[in-house]
Ligand binder design. Structure first.
Ligand SMILES: C[S@@+](CC[C@H](N)C(=O)[O-])C[C@H]1O[C@@H](n2cnc3c(N)ncnc32)[C@H](O)[C@@H]1O
Length: 170
């Protein structure tokens, strides 16, 4: 994990176990400040949601970040004002939200269950044509970033990418 703190600063790694993080923040805020660092934008399927449930907005100063979705659309040179944005990260959007429409663009966050192979399978089952353009954008902004432009049908047998962004263009 990258280390952005000074030696005299107390650091708490943020794992999936959020309550201890909130307890430590609450204790710290009694007489000081704390910085919560996350990747991407804190307001998009990130920690801001939990922080807002714990602390009043006046306590929070949010610095926006570049979301992985925004980054992916930029890499694909694709405007995203008409795109629908969905998350498969730890959740499964309802079938109605995934319906096929010619020209429909969807940008998706993914995880280990719903990834670059299983999402294309699901979309084809829901009526998306197999030749639909599908982009797999993995490890965005890192040295080993990978952008694969393929189709739904081909994506199923391409190398599996989890925790990536997928963009489909119907
Ligand atoms: C909990 S969500 C956080 C999203 C984050 N708030 C954002 O704005 O990008 C985690 C998901 O974001 C996507 N993601 C985060 N970093 C990424 C990266 N560097 N490259 C591709 N996708 C990424 C993946 O779909 C990952 O499973």
């Amino acid at each position: 994990m990258a280390d952005f703190g000074r030696a005299d600063q107390r650091q708490i790694p943020i794992t999936g176990d959020i309550p201890p993080v909130m307890a430590a923040l609450r204790a710290r805020l009694v007489d000081g400040d704390a910085v919560v660092m996350v990747s991407g934008d804190p307001g998009y399927y990130s920690l801001l949601d939990a922080l807002r449930r714990e602390f009043p907005s006046e306590c929070l100063s949010v610095i926006p970040g570049l979301s992985s979705l925004q980054f992916a659309f930029a890499r694909l040179a694709l405007p995203w004002h008409d795109a629908d944005l969905l998350s498969f990260h730890g959740r499964r959007p309802p079938d109605e939200s995934l319906a096929y429409r010619p020209g429909r663009i969807i940008g998706m966050l993914t995880d280990t269950k719903y990834h670059s192979q299983t999402i294309p399978e699901l979309l084809m089952r829901l009526g998306w044509p197999p030749e639909t353009k599908a982009a797999v954008c993995a490890r965005l902004s890192y040295e080993d970033e990978k952008i694969l432009q393929t189709t739904l049908q081909k994506a199923v047998t391409e190398e599996k990418e989890t925790h990536c962004v997928m963009v489909v263009t119907g």
